[in-house]
Design a protein around this ligand. Structure first.
Ligand code: ADP
Ligand code: MG
Length: 343
């Protein structure tokens, strides 16, 4: 009884997915309390590193590639890990403020944070330190693939192999999970950012027009496809002409976009095939029955499921709400561990 009253006064534990593209915070018993692009914008000052935060999240993303000279918009995460520590720390602190995680008495919450399997010890320490600086009382790290698998509803606790492919902004992680752990992990440094870049370079060489990254992302989301055999669809995009430097509107077809995406998709397909060749045979047999699940924003690329099914011969399913799988799973996994250790 008293235990319950005590717990009510404590801040609720939170799970954090500090992704290359998006940061999400999930409060236990409450749900998602923050979902913002991982972007922070600083006011430039003569002394480097002393800049004040001018905007964060959605507002800062609007300023990427179009910020005035006194502002600088930064994406502190690259390929799933912190690339700019000072910027990451500022961004994290702002997000924690926005999410109002502290209890009525201002007590700090415990954080469970997703980290990619590929993160080094130094990178893990950087995440921990950024979280402590942002106001975490205690930090635990959880394998992002495992969290994504839990969030996708896979039977991770069973003695049965499940495959999860998490495609984020700058990485794709392929994992085989079983008995609450990760039995095989592989990754490639290819995600949504590399798709956007492929569209930019394709349009540049085909039309002599340079698109901005956000325009390319928009094109990808509206008419992108992981397969070429799709009924024609078109979308307009405005870029800068290489000939005269003036704005030019071009009409792109989904076939153009699919062709542009073919190159960065290849290594993703190869990583999945490699996983099937190298994961323990019994688990691969399980996967042959159960198929694989796609999570992360990349799972929303049209026909990615179809393409991967064709390439592997397996059943492929896109998880429900793929963008939030990792943070939901991290929260669920953390509360399981809590329940187990407190009886
Ligand atoms: P991260 O975990 O690295 O922050 P997310 O899982 O949040 O990444 O996914 C973000 C990526 O998903 C971005 O590159 C974004 O462009 C991409 N994405 C989001 N929606 C779609 C869509 N409908 N089609 C293709 N890609 C998408
Ligand atoms: Mg992610």
């Amino acid at each position: 009884m008293s235990h319950h009253i005590f717990r009510r006064l404590l801040p609720r534990p939170v799970a954090v997915d500090l992704g290359t593209a998006n940061t999400l915070i999930y409060m236990h018993g409450k749900g998602i309390v923050l979902n913002q692009p991982s972007v922070v914008c600083f006011q430039k000052t003569p002394s480097p590193g002393a800049g004040r935060v001018a905007a964060v999240g959605e507002e800062a993303k609007q300023l990427l590639g179009r910020s005035p000279t006194n502002l600088e918009a930064i994406r502190p995460m690259r390929h799933g890990v912190i690339a700019d520590f000072a910027a990451a720390e500022h961004m994290f602190r702002e997000f924690v403020e926005m999410a109002r995680l502290r209890s009525v008495f201002g007590l700090r919450a415990e954080f469970t944070i997703c980290v990619p399997c590929s993160a080094t010890q130094v990178e893990r320490r950087a995440i921990r330190e950024a979280a402590l600086a942002a106001g975490a009382a205690k930090v635990s790290l959880i394998d992002e693939s495992l969290a994504a698998a839990v969030g996708a509803g896979l039977p991770v606790g069973e003695a049965r192999g499940s495959m999860v492919v998490d495609m984020g902004g700058g990485t794709t992680e392929v994992a085989v999970v079983s008995l609450g752990g990760v039995a095989y992990q592989g990754f490639v440094r290819i995600g949504g950012d590399q798709f956007d870049a492929a569209i930019v370079s394709y349009v540049r060489s085909l039309y002599g027009v340079v698109l901005g990254d956000q325009t390319a992302e928009h094109v990808k989301k509206t008419i992108g496809s992981a397969t070429l055999d799709v009924p024609t669809e078109r979308a307009r995009a405005i870029g800068r002409s290489l000939v005269d430097g003036l704005p030019r509107t071009i009409e792109l077809s989904n076939h153009d976009v699919a062709e542009a995406l073919a190159a960065p998709l290849r290594p993703v397909v190869d990583a999945i095939k490699l996983a099937l060749e190298n994961a323990p045979p019994e688990l691969v047999t399980d996967i042959a029955h159960s198929g694989m699940v796609l999570t992360g924003g990349g799972a929303l690329l049209a026909n990615l499921d179809k393409r991967l099914a064709e390439e592997t011969g397996l059943a492929v399913r896109v998880a429900h709400e793929p963008l939030t799988c990792a943070v939901r799973g991290a929260s669920a996994a953390a509360s399981c561990v809590d329940a187990a250790s407190f009886g």
